[in-house]
Design a protein around this ligand. Structure first.
Ligand SMILES: NC(=O)c1ccc[n+]([C@@H]2O[C@H](COP(=O)([O-])OP(=O)(O)OC[C@H]3O[C@@H](n4cnc5c(N)ncnc54)[C@H](OP(=O)(O)O)[C@@H]3O)[C@@H](O)[C@H]2O)c1
Length: 289
């Protein structure tokens, strides 16, 4: 049986992979580790885990994801998102494991009206994006058998994310201003977990950078409006501009990604973001999470 090691197993994506794992119990053994067991910045812990578990695949679901705080914690963001990823990739190479590493649309500056393809020029405008771009480079440099999945606007029923924040705010506010001039592709992290498993299951592997998200593009305002509709909330939503909602880290204005490559190479199923959002809101309504 092939072994899959998940680094960052307690994060949002980690939880979605945990939820999916039982479906694959015949083909794969999974080992989910939190930062308390394997800290990606700790080479000794990584090496020990490789020796003990001998994974065939490593999914890196760990990351420093605090986009705004990263502006003040550059060293920490780079240690986790860049150097740690490089070390992990090195161990993958040494132990002949395939690495599936997750990255972000924030490697782009967002100054375009076109959908970014995998080969397009990256130019992050914040520390988080810069640290993730460095992680991509180091992963591919240290282990050519790496699949990098850039994703965007990730949410799920687990952990902290935009959908859960909105649902909470809908309960406590009568009116909310939501940014309406930033464009991106919301992604249900459960769909990302499914895409990762499709890649792992695929007999013919091609490596390098891939884009995966739900489609098509939308704005934060339209995203929030659908959350409102699906939840049945009576909150009043007002479109506002980026200037009216200043944040420590700048966000790309339009970081929408072309999804053709992953569909063509891996036959990954692409889903409309509204359908995937509806699924998530339904789960959250039932579980009250
Ligand atoms: N969230 C988004 O909107 C978004 C958008 C685009 C791309 N992405 C990317 O998608 C991936 C998954 O994101 P997510 O939303 O699932 O993130 P998340 O919920 O913030 O989870 C990140 C996980 O990383 C772990 N971690 C942090 N530092 C670590 C370390 N030094 N060693 C080992 N683990 C560490 C954390 O574990 P502990 O809590 O145990 O410390 C946490 O469980 C990341 O690569 C992220 O960059 C996310």
């Amino acid at each position: 049986m092939k072994r899959i090691l998940v680094i960052g197993g307690n994060g949002q994506l980690g939880h979605c992979l945990q939820k999916l794992a039982p479906k694959y119990h015949v083909q794969f053994d999974f080992n989910f580790t939190g930062s308390d067991v394997v800290d990606i910045t700790n080479k000794v812990q990584i090496e020990q885990m490789f020796q003990d578990y001998q994974p065939d695949y490593v999914i890196n679901a760990s990351a420093y994801t605090a986009v705004d705080l990263a502006e003040k914690e550059e060293d920490k963001a780079f240690a986790i998102n860049a150097e740690g990823v490089g070390q992990l990739a090195e161990s993958c190479k040494d132990h002949h494991a395939i690495l599936i590493h997750v990255s972000t649309d924030y490697v782009f500056d967002g100054e375009t009206n076109l959908n970014y393809s995998e080969d397009d020029f990256t130019n992050p405008i914040g520390v988080y994006g810069a640290s993730k771009r460095k992680g991509e480079e180091l992963a591919l440099e240290h282990n050519p058998e790496t699949v990098i999945l850039r994703t965007s606007w990730l949410y799920s029923e687990f952990n902290k994310n935009f959908v859960k924040t909105m649902l909470h705010l809908f309960d406590v506010k009568d009116e909310l201003g939501i940014v309406a001039d930033q464009y991106g592709q919301p992604t249900n992290a459960n769909n990302l977990a499914e895409a990762i498993m499709t890649i792992i299951e695929s007999e013919k592997k091609t490596y390098g950078v891939y884009h995966f998200s739900n489609y098509p593009e939308t704005t934060w305002f339209d995203f929030a409006s659908k959350i409102k509709e699906f939840s049945g909330s009576g909150v009043l939503l007002k479109p506002i501009s980026t200037e009216e909602f200043p944040t420590p880290a700048k966000r790309p204005k339009r970081s929408t990604m072309c999804l053709d490559k992953i569909e063509k190479d891996y036959h990954v199923e692409l889903k409309h973001w509204e359908n995937s959002l509806r699924d998530c809101v339904e789960i959250l309504k039932i579980t009250n999470a």
